[in-house]
Design a binder for this molecule. Structure first.
Ligand code: NAD
Length: 433
């Protein structure tokens, strides 16, 4: 049999990484069929409630004004305010944010928190913008969204290309547009803020922490411990870097890491803190003297117990899934696995801990931040970690139970738990009018 060449493989990849919303729709549809979801609820959840698109000018440092397009997709709010990240990336488009918003509805429902699902962002290259330009971009975007966001209505958070500083700019812009008496309460309009401006302890690491809890539960169920595991991670941003740090602190060996600049490997384990310092200093992973530079595609063939894609969507294609030498894929990113790759993983008996379960730590600790803002409280990080672990463990148990009951894969089971909660809410409230 002839081998597939790299160019053939990437042509295949392009073909299979089409519409992200179609991926989300297929995952949803599979679970809805297995659990026999009510037809009315099914048709409501098949599309977002609101699609907000704003075009607005931003002044660049050289005095020119450039037009930008921003999105906020509000998928569903039957369980609580719309909730989800704001992404700054050139690939941001309507199809992508629709998928990401739907996943937020299912993630919040699975976690059992009183939030719905939303997502937004701006198609831009944040790394080409100065800090002042990013500030004006964020403020003008927030202003353009107006009352489409709010602490009881739609609550943004950081995502790819945004961080605590962007959230503080967003909060400040929003607060300057509301009545002075509402300003303190209004800090809950965004989560993922800096500690000084109302953020929560543990929010920065929350998603990576949750990913590591998921790895821990997976290991426990198989009579293993995290300290005996080897792990490879794609993405060295908020989720990937914290997952690498925490997994290392738990005693696991992080044997390979890849980001958009390159990939490095060391079968004896990478010193994650040293790699972070190197990456901050040089702007990339390459040339780190305590690990070998490896080819971007060779990364996927790293021998490890757990592979954690924690970068962007559609990274794990069927061609890469065939190369994996791992026992489990833990989805730190949203939608990292294509539908065809998932099929290959099934054929190869490689397990998946699905995104809506594995990366739920971020929205759970965002929920804690929202509560703290509203009650003027400050919780200690130990309490936050304990509550996060307990909530993720509960979700884990429910997903395991649903997988057994319906004899289905873990992603379908996670959707079933979420969809059951959404269906119950519609049954109790009724569909208006
Ligand atoms: P980030 O911007 O902090 O980091 C993204 C990382 O991905 C960077 O290291 C970048 O180099 C890498 N990357 C981008 N394109 C790549 C490519 N083609 N190949 C290899 N690496 C690439 O973003 P983040 O907040 O860490 O988010 C990562 C993923 O996790 C996204 O899918 C996001 O939606 C999801 N997520 C984030 C949170 C959160 O709290 N930040 C919560 C849940 C899910």
């Amino acid at each position: 049999m002839s081998k597939t060449t790299i160019s053939e493989a990437s042509a295949l990849d392009n073909e299979e990484t089409g519409s992200l919303y179609e991926t989300a729709r297929q995952q949803f549809s599979r679970a809805a069929t297995v659990m026999e979801l009510d037809d009315s609820v099914r048709s409501i959840l098949e599309q977002p409630k609101n699609e907000v698109i704003v075009n607005f000018p931003v002044r660049m440092d050289d005095g020119r004004h450039l037009m930008f397009r921003g999105y906020r997709i509000q998928h569903n709010n039957i369980l609580g305010p719309y909730k989800g990240g704001m992404r700054y990336h050139p690939d941001v488009n309507l199809d992508e944010v629709k998928a990401l918003a739907a996943w937020m509805t299912f993630k919040s429902a699975l976690a059992g928190i009183p939030f719905g699902g939303g997502k937004g962002g701006i198609s831009c290259r944040p790394w080409e913008l100065s800090s002042e330009e990013q500030m004006r971009l964020t403020r003008r975007f927030t202003h353009s969204l107006g009352t489409n966001i709010g602490p009881d209505y739609d609550i943004p958070a950081p995502d790819v290309g945004t961080n605590a500083q962007h959230m503080v700019w967003m909060m400040d812009t929003y607060l300057n547009s509301v009545n002075a008496h509402d300003r303190n309460r209004g800090r809950a309009v965004v989560t993922g803020k800096t500690l000084t401006c109302g953020g929560s302890e543990g929010r920065d690491k929350a998603t990576g922490q949750g990913v590591c809890f998921a790895v821990e539960f997976w290991a426990q169920a198989r009579g293993l411990t995290v300290s005996n595991l080897t792990i490879a991670i794609q993405g060295f941003g908020n989720v990937g870097c914290f997952a690498a740090r925490i997994a290392s602190a738990m005693g696991a060996k992080v044997v390979a890491i890849q980001d958009h600049t390159g990939a490095v490997a060391n079968p004896s384990g990478i010193d994650v803190e040293a790699l972070k310092a190197h990456s901050d200093k040089t702007g990339g992973l390459g040339g780190f003297d305590a690990a070998d530079d490896i080819d971007a595609e060779a990364f996927w063939a790293t021998e490890c117990d757990a592979m954690i894609p924690a970068a962007i969507e559609n990274q794990l294609t069927s061609a890469r899934a065939r190369r994996l030498q791992t026992k489990v894929v833990v989805e730190g990113a949203n939608g990292p696995t294509t539908i065809r790759a998932e099929q290959v993983l099934k054929e190869r008996d490689i397990e998946i801990i699905p995104d809506i379960l594995a990366n739920g730590g971020g929205v759970i600790v965002s929920f804690f931040e929202w509560i703290q803002n509203r009650n003027c409280e400050r919780w200690e990080v130990k309490l936050i970690d304990r509550r996060l672990r307990r909530m993720m463990m509960r979700s884990w148990a429910l997903v395991t139970e649903a997988a057994e009951q319906h004899d289905c894969d873990s992603r379908t089971a996670a959707y079933i738990v979420a969809l059951q909660r959404l269906q119950d809410a519609y049954a109790e409230r009724g569909i208006f009018p």
